[in-house]
Design a protein around this ligand. Structure first.
Ligand code: 9D3
Length: 237
């Protein structure tokens, strides 16, 4: 998969994709991630990327021209109907559909080229959404200052699902019983730390008993803080 990120803060991404699973996936050729400075596609002498909102109001709006030019550079066309098969342009925005694991799976399974546009300021000229964008994604119901942290979240969740991205020792976490539930508690040595004991069941070597305990703890935790997951309201964790 190829991922292109369009941003006015390219330095934000300097190190963030160079760790752990994403780094390994890049080195293995499973994903190629490129970050592009939207400002480099501005053609006026001041390299303007934002302007005052028509109709008045506070804040600035991201101008359409540099974003259209950036899409032409990375996709080959700014005509959405002519995007190559397997290509999708996604806008990170508070107005987007709340991002879920199910969407990460869909993107990882179906796309070969993902383009992420990171908004800033009060918003992006709506003609970008109307003409270029296939989907708008929000990462949740809280306000962040721009699309950049959201792009990192979306990229991470997708790359770890690409075939071969997880080592054989971590891939198990994808299938097991815990599907759709929060995880059970984990412990390692020492068996007693500052008076806090590891539950006996984990020390007795009875693996059937241990799996039963883990399943019951996962269910209990999910019921207490994420009832929505039990009702299947939160898609496919
Ligand atoms: C005046 C209304 N505000 C919306 C709640 C303005 C505003 C807030 C935050 C405009 C832009 C932003 C920047 N946020 C994002 O670009 C963003 C975001 C978010 O704020 N929350 C969750 N997901 C995302 S994805 C991009």
């Amino acid at each position: 998969m190829k991922i292109d990120v369009l941003t006015i803060f390219p330095e934000f991404f300097e190190k963030v994709f160079d760790f752990g699973i994403i780094r390994r996936a890049k080195l293995a050729g499973i994903v190629e991630i490129n970050v592009h400075d939207i400002r480099e596609f501005a053609t006026d002498k001041h390299k303007m990327v934002d302007d005052r909102p028509f109709g008045g109001g506070d804040g600035m709006v991201m101008k359409p021209e540099p974003i259209f030019a950036a899409i032409e550079a990375v996709v080959g066309t700014s005509e959405r109907d002519n995007y190559p098969a397997g290509t999708s342009v996604v806008m990170l925005s508070p107005q987007g559909r709340p991002f879920k694991q199910a969407a990460a799976k869909e993107i990882a399974g179906e796309l070969t080229h993902l383009v992420l546009i990171c908004g800033r300021y009060e918003g992006v000229d709506e003609r970008v959404n109307d003409a270029l964008v296939n989907a708008e994604i929000s990462i949740g119901d809280y306000v962040i200052s721009g699309g950049e942290p959201a792009a990192v979240v979306v990229v991470d969740s997708i790359v770890r699902l690409l075939p071969g991205a997880l080592g054989s020792d971590t891939s198990a976490e994808n299938d097991s019983f815990s599907d759709g539930l929060l995880d059970c508690p984990h412990y390692t040595r020492p068996a007693e730390f500052r008076g806090m004991k590891v539950p006996d069941v984990l020390l007795n070597g009875n693996h059937a008993e241990i799996e039963k305990w883990r399943a019951s703890k996962a269910l209990e935790k999910t019921r207490s803080i994420r009832e929505d997951l039990l009702k299947g309201e939160n898609g496919d964790m």
